[in-house]
Design a protein. Structure first.
Length: 161
């Protein structure tokens, strides 16, 4: 079952690279009492994710935060080393959270997993964005067309805020 607007996020733990090494971060720590934009990508360093989806959020970070958003996070079914390298190479380190859902636990719990084995990627996340307020989904935008980041992109999110 896919998570829906009005649903509370399931409990999960992510790993994130910091200057002090990897840290575990829970959904409670990330979302409780906050207004957060979360967007997910099929994989760090993949073309649409690196050339379109992530750059849009980095370029519009200040505008999104100015709309009363406390934080922005990107999630992928990758390990924390890969997510940390992506944060570093994209210029996003310290600007948004790069969350490693290494075992797809959260992704499966929200019903937004996709089997991309045919493309050599295995189980990954669908491309989507959410506005989350105090752990509750307020908007959910799932891409239907592979290789595009339009309904889940930063411009679309800005219009919803």
């Amino acid at each position: 079952m896919t998570i829906a607007i009005g649903d509370k996020l399931p409990a999960a733990t992510f790993k994130e690279k910091t200057a002090d090494g990897p840290v575990e971060t829970t959904t409670e720590q990330l979302f409780a009492g906050k207004r957060v934009v979360l967007f997910a990508v099929p994989g760090a360093f993949t073309p649409t994710c690196s050339l379109n989806h992530l750059p849009g959020y980095l370029e519009n970070r200040d505008a999104i935060l100015a709309k009363g958003v406390d934080d922005i996070a990107v999630l992928a079914v990758n390990d924390w080393h890969v997510m940390g390298a992506w944060a570093q190479s994209s210029g996003g380190l310290g600007k948004i959270h790069f969350l490693a859902d290494w075992d797809a636990g959260f992704t499966k719990a929200v019903g937004l997993d996709a089997d991309l084995s045919a493309g050599g990627l295995g189980v990954r996340s669908k491309r989507y964005s959410m506005l989350i307020e105090d752990g509750v989904v307020k908007s959910l935008n799932v891409e239907e067309t592979p290789g595009q980041a339009t309904v889940s992109g930063a411009a679309a999110m800005l219009e919803q805020l």
